[in-house]
Design a protein around this ligand. Structure first.
Ligand SMILES: *[C@@H]1O[C@H](CO)[C@@H](O)[C@H](O)[C@H]1NC(C)=O
Ligand SMILES: *[C@@H]1O[C@H](CO)[C@@H](O)[C@H](O)[C@H]1NC(C)=O
Ligand SMILES: *[C@@H]1O[C@H](CO)[C@@H](O)[C@H](O)[C@H]1NC(C)=O
Ligand SMILES: *[C@@H]1O[C@H](CO)[C@@H](O)[C@H](O)[C@H]1NC(C)=O
Ligand SMILES: *[C@@H]1O[C@H](CO)[C@@H](O)[C@H](O)[C@H]1NC(C)=O
Ligand SMILES: *[C@@H]1O[C@H](CO)[C@@H](O)[C@H](O)[C@H]1NC(C)=O
Ligand SMILES: *[C@@H]1O[C@H](CO)[C@@H](O)[C@H](O)[C@H]1NC(C)=O
Ligand SMILES: *[C@@H]1O[C@H](CO)[C@@H](O)[C@H](O)[C@H]1NC(C)=O
Ligand SMILES: *[C@@H]1O[C@H](CO)[C@@H](O)[C@H](O)[C@H]1NC(C)=O
Ligand SMILES: *[C@@H]1O[C@H](CO)[C@@H](O)[C@H](O)[C@H]1NC(C)=O
Ligand SMILES: *[C@@H]1O[C@H](CO)[C@@H](O)[C@H](O)[C@H]1NC(C)=O
Ligand SMILES: *[C@@H]1O[C@H](CO)[C@@H](O)[C@H](O)[C@H]1NC(C)=O
Length: 759
């Protein structure tokens, strides 16, 4: 008890003086490279605010890409702001240099390079302003050229296939002319380089609105992140002046470089790059304010940013086998789990969510696949502005247990594959029309529903975002008033639409048809993922005592009683066994998600500690021949989460190691991909992070009250963790194999809710 009291007091202190008491991640979590990289695929991430950089050294130069999470152009491509190249003379980074090191200082969130002449270069991004700071010190006088490289200086039609980075088509649409890539503006200004993109036209939105028959619905009132969006950077330094304008090519993409050169050789340089993104109809004011803000960077200190990162790491961690060294798979799993959270935090203050397909850290697409994607560094598959809910949710679910509510607040999605405007991608809305000239069946595919075999009637991923909102309140008491209408209208759709269409069955239950089990079970009746999700979301809603604007407690209780039972059936191929079924019935399958298991995750209806019979879910995984090939360890798949929630330790461990061990595809250990999506595959890591958390601590059972520790934890993993549980509960402990020591649960009353293993 004395130990507990001391820690409880200590915890209060941590919040006041984080920088002193904050946890330090193991020193081995720093990434250290002692040779230069071959190309941009050999980069490492750093970021802050809403800006992420890929940083690397190549052939004696230091380079970085700059990405901003709101840089949507006229076509809803998510453009890079540009690329920066630093060249020095005499060069401390000659390939023959005796001393080269590139290091990610993970605890403090910055990167350094060291080279000859005791040269040290530090690169960090200000968490508050998203300004990029580069600080150079050397024993030698150096001449520096800082080049801002831009590859969008001429307006041009996109190449065939390139448009899949836009919202014109996640697949090419031959009936639509190739979209225009509009140009940036770049010039020297006040001895710096100003480079920006301003959207002055929105042909995409005009097309979408007409395609979807919304032209008479006051479209100018629609939310439109592309409208007048303006984004760019201003690079300057007191030690540099404008130099030549040169040109070159990087992996097949031509660029123009605006070079800043040193007035005279110096031992220290400070280079500042201000960044900005916002809608503007007055570009003159916008650029002036960018330049004014960049001027203030001179007086900014890194102290606040370091303090932010220290507090962030102290908030939550899962450290595994910290002493075991870099080759240990447990050590790698722990490190790369932390790196996932690091990449999410680089967009901590973004107005837009981190994308599942590359986040802020994409690199030249030929390094993802040289044959398929000979496009510019702006390219990524599955669009920059279309958000795929099935994939996005995997980035945000793990942030409940890490307590990262600040980072969660920018994500909310409605139907599957929705643009940041709220409208579907052009191709997705009418894919069947575009690809084989079908006509819409007005009953099965009425206007307003995607006419696309994968997406039609696929509305329930949004229940996950609704429940995430509710759970953010359950976990942390977050004020969710701003999201309540999203939650209530999302839930209302199923009740109101299906009652209008089908009435109720003779038991007074909803008849959810036509529905969908993810992209897989099409024209489904009572899809398991839908009914289980409605039950969970409505239960969480009722548990909250929230002020409701649309419904009330009576309404939601009655709605809950109208939700059909989760379907059970004999297992396909094993007629003597009972399985959770993906739906009561369905017409055909399209993709390969085994959605019967969605009752385990995300919905937790089946799982350790729940009153349902877990055998039916385990059978659905192992003894259902229909979905037996729908298993895997990559990308958006969720097998390791299900294993953890079903208490299957060996399977969960093997899958989690495969997911979170060091990458062999790219140099940075947490860059894997493309899997089903793009590199770096952020949803691969989000799914891995959820799985690891569920191996360690589960909190969904008994109406979110149970705290189950080590339900699927391998005995060879030792370490320590700090995670958040529902009802503003903080849990931390040391773990040695299957035992826990120094357990601290705050508030202490919640200790009664702790159970262990699969008991
Ligand atoms: C660079 O490429 C060479 C040849 O493919 C490879 O052997 C080497 O490991 C690469 N270096 C890095 C740092 O990735
Ligand atoms: C780029 O676009 C801007 C405005 O959008 C225009 O003023 C400028 O002339 C263009 N530059 C080039 C080189 O096309
Ligand atoms: C702002 O966007 C609207 C709608 O696309 C467009 O009509 C207008 O010309 C834009 N204004 C500027 C200054 O770019
Ligand atoms: C770009 O990189 C890819 C992958 O290394 C390579 O195959 C291709 O030849 C490069 N293209 C150019 C034009 O350099
Ligand atoms: C890139 O530049 C080279 C040399 O100036 C030129 O031949 C080539 O056509 C350019 N490529 C593109 C795609 O513009
Ligand atoms: C669709 O119909 C148009 C006009 O009849 C035709 O040009 C086009 O080739 C057809 N597309 C497909 C994929 O069949
Ligand atoms: C909701 O209210 C009930 C009864 O007033 C109370 O028992 C329960 O703890 C409250 N729940 C939350 C999450 O505040
Ligand atoms: C609750 O909502 C239902 C309709 O959904 C309405 O009939 C009822 O009057 C409401 N009850 C209260 C107390 O507001
Ligand atoms: C769960 O179902 C299996 C198979 O029908 C059965 O053998 C087992 O007794 C059930 N377990 C419980 C707790 O009801
Ligand atoms: C169900 O699957 C498991 C795991 O593959 C297997 O061991 C078991 O024999 C199967 N059950 C039946 C009844 O075949
Ligand atoms: C969860 O709460 C509901 C409503 O209060 C109750 O009916 C149910 O038994 C509870 N479930 C568990 C597992 O405690
Ligand atoms: C126990 O956990 C704390 C962090 O909560 C850590 O600092 C300490 O090193 C751990 N002790 C052991 C023996 O792992």
């Amino acid at each position: 008890m004395g130990w507990f009291r001391r820690l409880a007091v200590g915890t209060a202190l941590v919040y006041l003086t984080q920088s002193v008491l904050a946890i330090q991640l193991p020193a081995g979590y720093d990434t250290v490279w002692t040779t230069q990289s071959n190309n941009s695929a050999g980069s490492m991430p750093v970021g802050g605010g809403d800006v992420g950089l890929n940083v690397w050294a190549e052939a004696g130069d230091l380079l970085f890409y700059i990405a901003n999470s709101g840089a949507f152009d006229e076509n809803n491509s998510l453009l890079k702001l540009g690329r920066v190249r630093l060249s020095m003379e005499p060069n401390p980074f000659e390939l023959t240099a005796a001393s080269f090191e590139q290091r990610l200082h993970i605890n403090d969130g910055y990167i350094t390079f060291t080279g000859d002449y005791n040269t040290l270069i530090k690169i960090w991004v200000d968490m508050d302003t998203s300004g990029i700071h580069t600080e150079i010190t050397s024993d030698n006088d150096l001449s520096l050229t800082a080049s801002f490289e831009n590859w969008r200086l001429t307006e041009r039609p996109m190449s065939e296939g390139e448009e899949v980075q836009t919202s014109w088509g996640v697949n090419p649409v031959s009936q639509i002319p190739l979209p225009t890539q509009y140009n940036d503006t770049i010039h020297f200004r006040q001895n710096g380089v100003l480079s920006y993109h301003h959207n002055h036209d929105t042909p995409l939105t005009t097309f979408q609105i007409t395609e979807q028959g919304l032209q008479n619905d006051n479209p100018s009132s629609f939310f439109n992140p592309m409208k007048n969006n303006t984004f760019g950077a201003f690079m300057w330094s007191r030690q540099l002046k404008s130099g030549a304008i040169t040109s070159g090519a990087y992996n097949g993409t031509n660029f123009t470089a605006y070079n800043l050169i040193s007035e005279h050789p110096c031992k220290t340089f400070k280079l500042y790059i201000g960044t900005a993104q916002s809608a503007s109809t007055n570009v003159g004011h916008w650029t002036q304010s960018l330049i004014d803000d960049a001027a203030k960077m001179e007086t900014a200190s890194q102290y606040n940013t370091i303090k932010w990162w220290n507090a962030f790491w102290d908030r939550s961690y899962i450290i595994i086998n910290p002493e075991a060294g870099p080759d240990d798979s447990g050590f790698q799993v722990g490190k790369n789990y932390q790196y996932f959270r690091y990449m999410m935090a680089c967009n901590a203050k973004g107005k837009y969510p981190t994308r599942f397909n590359g986040g802020l850290f994409t690199f030249d697409p030929s390094y993802v696949n040289p044959l398929w994607y000979p496009f510019t560094p702006d390219f990524r598959k599955w669009s920059g502005g279309t958000f795929t809910a099935q994939n996005q949710r995997l980035l945000y679910w793990p942030l409940l247990k890490t307590g990262d509510y600040d980072i969660m607040q920018h994500v909310a999605l409605t139907s599957e594959q929705i643009d940041n405007t709220g409208l579907p991608n052009v191709y997705e809305y009418d894919a069947s029309l575009f690809s084989n000239n079908q006509t819409r069946d007005p009953v099965l595919y009425p206007a307003g529903i995607d006419f696309n075999d994968w997406l039609s009637w696929y509305q329930d991923t949004a229940n996950e975002f609704a429940d995430m909102v509710l759970q953010a309140k359950l976990y942390n008491g977050l004020d969710i008033t701003p999201w309540m209408s999203f939650v209530e209208y999302q839930l209302a759709w199923f009740d109101e639409y299906y009652q209008m269409r089908n009435g109720l069955d003779f038991n007074g239950k909803l008849i959810i048809y036509p529905g969908s089990g993810a992209e897989t079970y099409k024209l489904a009746l009572n899809s398991a993922s839908t009914v289980s999700g409605l039950r969970k979301t409505l239960s969480d809603l009722l548990a909250l005592n929230q002020t409701w604007s649309k419904g009330n407690a009576t309404y939601y209780s009655q709605y809950l009683s109208r939700v059909p039972e989760t379907p059970l059936d004999s297992c396909p191929g094993y007629s003597t066994l009972t399985c959770v079924a993906p739906a009561v019935n369905y017409s055909f399958t399209e993709n390969t998600e085994p959605t019967a298991l969605y009752t385990v995750f995300p919905w937790g209806e089946y799982g350790l500690g729940q009153p349902t019979n877990l055998t039916y879910a385990i059978n659905a995984y192992f003894n259902d021949t229909q979905s037996a090939t729908f298993h895997g360890v990559h990308g958006w798949r969720q097998d390791q989460i299900w294993f953890a929630r079903m208490g299957l330790t060996a399977d969960a461990t093997a899958n989690t190691i495969s997911r979170l061990n060091d990458s062999t595809t790219y140099r940075f250990s947490a860059f894997k991909g493309p899997n089903y999506d793009w590199s770096p595959d952020i949803n691969h890591y989000g799914s891995g992070a959820i799985g690891l958390q569920e191996m360690l601590m589960q909190t969904f059972a008994r109406n979110n009250t149970q705290i189950r520790l080590l339900p699927a934890w391998p005995s060879e993993w030792t370490g320590y963790f700090k995670l958040q549980a529902p009802f503003s509960t903080h849990v931390s402990a040391n773990i040695t194999g299957h035992s826990v020591s120094n357990l601290v649960v705050i508030p202490a009353s919640r200790l009664n809710d702790v159970v262990y293993g699969t008991e």
